[in-house]
Ligand binder design. Structure first.
Ligand code: COA
Ligand code: AMP
Length: 629
């Protein structure tokens, strides 16, 4: 069937479309229907009973795939690699789940996971799923304060962490970060399970911490606990406009159905194939396409602990694709830009046999046409940009490669996936004509697998996503649709920025900057960067009489952002200015400041209070070396 037929089939009868997709899942109690008009934005398969871990692990063993590799851990950082079969994975996960159950973890309890890219991170996620416990994985690049905020919101009964993570040339000491976070948090977990890595054995806190191996010793393996279709499988925090992250909830049944559908129809992956998403379990890509998606579909997934360059060189991606016979590969455009910078002629690509590879998928930030073109030419394969968000959990728009590869238009993530009715709206919520730029919104209901709500924050859910355009979900992205129905994503409409594929809140960084005793007011913007897509830049207005040099205050705030948010924010630059440009109602003109820093033409908005301030900003940026026109 062609994409147009599949999409039209969904449009004419979504209920039948999703009930058919649901037949691929092993249910304890099959759903009576797909859509339920309940909750703030609708729910899917709410009357079913099902277990995620059964569908991701056990059922493949039952079906005779027990000896197939489920996970390959390839770690150029530790110079090691190992594989886990589906049978081994089932036994390990059942054991860990049994140990958690013996310590009182049961359905609905929250468990925070703070681990690097090791198979044990996936085992911890699956062990929670086995019990119906709700995991919340926190990215290892986040600092103690960010972890503390998540502990206080999710209120976990337990935390599963590793002793350390490994960055090139640096051990990231997770345990002190965890201890600090627990100290800062008001809520305290009952216990912590610490996976001791050989690179660093952490000091355990008596009475609270227990080592991963002794914790599981003698545990009675746990069976899978069936849960309701609308039981939360996990909470994943993502950046919003403020320092308080949004806890995106994922319901169990829709997650299973949608990811299973996407593996075949988007990525062209069947049971037995090897799929690799070079991301991190702390991000949504890691949840959907390192852990759950490939395993639900019976494929082999790769857990990669390394970087696109420097571990040891820009051939790391190609070595792994060759050695593990990867069929579909998913990464962020920034990683390809890093590879291209080191190996512009693709000499390392030619050293490897990439005959297993059928396509490369890019997401997480805008894929610039130059990067796509370079990779397409060097690999002679389709390079597919696709667009989605933590909130949706799977692609809103993609080239439907598994259904039929459609012509690639560089700069566009192609067409809407079934389940998504994407519209471009003007400020008043009216649909805009083809080609016109506006806010991208999705007509409700969203498909299975997308967020039904925010954890502990239904009001915020409504305000952030549902209120501006009644009857639609507001994506926070702006763009347009061309005459062929291809979508173009141009910018965010809020203060979220994307640094090397990492979603970050400028609002959260501003909170850190304002806490400096000498800072009266501040703004953080995302400036275009040839490698990372965007880089944060801070503007500081000092308090009258503040006795501090520009050099000192900039040094302080850079250190504070690293310390409070994490190195991954890549906040390295800031400058002191007299005043910030604002509208007459006091709103800081961040979008105009971005244009000035990027050297783009700009028109002072009609509502500006004092246009002269824009020249002052331009002068400050020139001093920092920005290409101000
Ligand atoms: N734990 C702890 N620290 C981490 C971390 C983690 N999991 N991941 C990154 N960091 C740190 C890095 O060590 C670095 O610290 P530094 O300031 O001391 O050097 C900082 O955070 C920034 O890291 P990163 O964004 O990785 O930038 P980089 O300059 O080291 O590398 C790239 C540049 C392009 C190679 C890298 O950004 C990359 O691989 N990007 C792809 C990202 C991706 O896949 N995102 C997922 C979206 S789908
Ligand atoms: P995250 O929730 O971290 O996945 O970030 C989601 C945001 O990243 C989206 O709302 C977009 O702003 C941006 N994004 C993700 N994928 C793409 C893409 N293919 N093209 C353009 N922007 C993207």
């Amino acid at each position: 069937m062609a994409y147009q037929d599949v999409y039209a089939g969904w449009q004419s009868d979504p209920e039948t479309f999703w009930m058919k997709a649901a037949q691929e899942i092993d249910w304890d109690q099959a759903p009576g229907r797909a859509y339920f008009d309940q909750g703030p934005a609708g729910e899917w398969f709410a009357d079913a009973r099902v277990n995620t871990c059964w569908n991701a692990v056990d059922r493949h063993v039952e079906a005779g795939r027990g000896d197939q590799l489920a996970i390959i851990h390839d770690s150029p950082i530790t110079h090691s690699y190992r594989g886990l079969t589906y049978r081994e994975l089932r036994d390990r996960v059942a054991n860990l789940a049994g140990a958690l159950r013996a310590k009182g973890i049961s359905k609905g309890d929250r468990v925070i996971i703070y681990m690097p890219m090791i198979p044990e991170a996936l085992e911890a996620m699956l062990a929670c799923a086995r019990l119906g416990a709700i995991h919340s994985v926190v990215f290892g690049g986040f600092a103690a304060h960010e972890l503390a905020v998540r502990i206080d919101d999710a209120k976990p009964k337990a935390i599963i962490a590793a002793s350390c993570g490994l960055e090139p040339g640096r051990v990231v000491h997770y345990k002190p970060l965890l201890d600090d976070a627990i100290d800062q948090a008001v809520h305290k977990p009952d216990f912590c399970v610490i996976f001791q890595r050989e690179q660093e054995v952490a000091q355990l806190t008596p009475g609270r911490d227990v080592a991963w191996h002794s914790f599981q010793f003698g545990a009675k393996p746990a069976d899978c606990v069936p849960v309701e279709g609308n039981h939360p499988a996990y909470i994943l925090y993502t950046s919003g406009t403020t320092g308080q992250p949004k806890g995106v909830i994922r319901h169990t049944a829709g997650h299973l159905v949608a990811l299973n559908w996407s593996m075949k129809n988007i990525y062209g992956i069947d049971a037995g194939d090897v799929f690799w998403a070079a991301s991190d379990v702390g991000w949504v890509v890691g949840h959907s396409y390192i852990c759950y998606g490939p395993l639900i579909s019976g494929a082999t997934t790769i857990v990669f602990e390394g970087k696109p360059v420097g571990t040891p060189d820009a051939g790391a991606f190609w070595r792994i694709i060759q050695n593990h016979r990867v069929k579909s590969f998913f990464t962020a455009p920034t990683a390809i830009r890093a590879v291209k910078r080191e190996d512009p002629d693709g000499e390392l690509i030619r050293e490897y046999n990439l005959s297993s590879l059928q396509a490369v998928f890019l997401a997480g930030e805008r894929a610039d046409p130059d990067t796509i073109e370079w990779l397409e030419t060097k690999l002679d394969l389709p390079v597919i940009d696709h667009w989605w968000q933590t909130e949706t959990g799977w692609a809103i728009a993609s080239n439907p490669f598994g259904i039929e590869p459609m012509p690639v238009k560089k700069g566009s993530p192609s067409v809407s996936m079934p389940g998504y009715d994407v519209q471009i709206l003007d400020e008043s919520g009216q649909q805009m004509p083809r080609g016109a730029l506006g806010s991208i919104a999705i007509r409700l209901p969203l498909p299975p697998g997308t967020l039904p709500n925010l954890w502990n924050a239904e009001d915020r859910f409504r305000k952030s996503y549902l209120e501006k355009f009644p009857g639609y979900y507001e994506t926070g992205d702006a763009g347009y649709i061309d005459d062929d129905g291809y979508l173009y994503i141009m910018a965010r409409t809020d203060d979220v920025i994307n640094v090397a594929g990492h979603r970050l809140s400028t609002g959260a960084m501003e909170e850190v900057l304002s806490s400096h005793p000498a800072v009266a007011e501040c703004a953080v913007i995302g400036v275009a960067d040839p490698l990372k897509g965007q880089m944060p830049l801070g503007f500081l207005c000092l308090k009258k009489g503040a006795n501090v040099t520009e050099e000192q205050v900039v040094h302080d705030v850079v250190a504070q952002v690293r310390n409070k948010i994490g190195p991954v924010a890549a906040f390295k630059r800031a400058c002191v200015v007299e005043r910030l440009p604002k509208t007459r109602s006091g709103k800081i003109l961040r979008a105009t400041m971005v244009k000035i820093a990027n050297g783009e033409q700009y028109k002072p908005p009609a509502t500006i209070d004092d246009p002269e301030i824009l020249n002052e900003i331009g002068d400050a940026l020139k001093r920092l070396g920005y290409p101000v026109t």
